[in-house]
Design a protein around this ligand. Structure first.
Ligand SMILES: CCCCCCCCCCCC(=O)SCCNC(=O)CCNC(=O)[C@H](O)C(C)(C)COP(=O)(O)OP(=O)(O)OC[C@H]1O[C@@H](n2cnc3c(N)ncnc32)[C@H](O)[C@@H]1OP(=O)(O)O
Length: 158
C-alpha cells in the first residue's frame, strides 16, 4: 500500500467505507506509516470523547499497514495502549506507526502514536507484536480449526 487513500479491510469493503474514518494512509520512505482519520459520532464513548476500543482498533489497523507496506501480512499477537489524553470525536487525528524490530521468526514489534494535528500533541501511544503469516494458509487453517471444534465454519465463509 503506497501513499494515498486507505485500502479497506473485508468488513469495511462491504460497508463501502472505512468505519473507523481512516481517510488516507501514507507509507514513508523509511517504512513508517501515517494514517489520517476522524472518528464519527458512532465512536463516542461519552462527552465528545472517543471510545477507547475505537482508538485501539485504529491503532491495530494503522500498525498492520507497516508490514503490509512491505508486502507481508502480519496478524496482531498482542498490543498495549496508553491513553494519555481524551481523544475527541469529529476531529482530524493522525496515527504514526513504525517498526521497532523484525526478527528472523517473522515477529514484528510495532510502535505508534496518535497525534492531535496542530498542537501536535500525543494523545495515546501503542506498542504491539505482529506475526507474519501466509494469508492463504492462515485463513484455511482457521476455518479448519473452527469446523473441527464446532462442526461449522464461520457464517461469512460457510
Ligand atoms: C486489503 C487491505 C488490507 C489492509 C491491511 C491492514 C491489515 C490490518 C491487520 C490488522 C491486524 C489484525 O487485526 S489481525 C486479527 C487479530 N489477530 C489474530 O486473529 C491472531 C490470532 N492468533 C493467532 O493466530 C496465533 O496465536 C498467533 C499467529 C498470533 C501466534 O502464533 P505462534 O505464536 O506463531 O504460535 P503457533 O503455534 O503458530 O500458534 C499458537 C496457537 O494458535 C493456534 N493457531 C495458530 N494459527 C492459527 C490459525 N490460523 N487458526 C487457528 N489456530 C491457529 C495454534 O494451533 C496454537 O494453538 P495451541 O497449540 O496453543 O492450541
Amino acid at each position: 500500500m503506497g501513499g494515498g487513500s486507505a485500502s479497506l479491510c473485508a468488513g469495511c469493503r462491504q460497508a463501502g467505507r472505512c468505519r473507523l474514518g481512516i481517510e488516507a494512509v501514507e507509507t514513508r520512505d523509511d517504512g513508517s506509516v501515517v494514517g489520517r482519520f476522524r472518528l464519527g459520532a458512532e465512536h463516542e464513548g461519552a462527552g465528545g470523547v472517543a471510545h477507547g476500543g475505537s482508538v485501539m482498533a485504529a491503532f491495530d489497523e494503522v500498525c498492520g499497514v507497516v508490514p503490509w507496506s512491505a508486502s507481508v501480512l502480519a496478524v496482531t499477537a498482542d498490543m498495549q495502549v496508553s491513553f494519555r489524553r481524551p481523544v475527541p470525536i469529529e476531529h482530524d487525528l493522525d496515527i504514526r506507526a513504525w517498526s521497532e524490530n523484525r526478527d528472523e521468526r517473522g515477529w514484528w514489534t510495532i510502535a505508534a502514536e496518535l497525534l492531535l494535528p496542530g498542537p501536535n500533541m500525543v494523545l495515546a501511544t501503542a506498542r504491539g507484536r505482529f506475526v507474519e503469516r501466509d494469508p492463504e494458509r492462515h485463513y484455511a487453517r482457521f476455518h479448519q480449526w473452527l469446523s473441527e471444534r464446532t462442526g461449522r465454519t464461520s457464517d461469512a465463509h460457510a
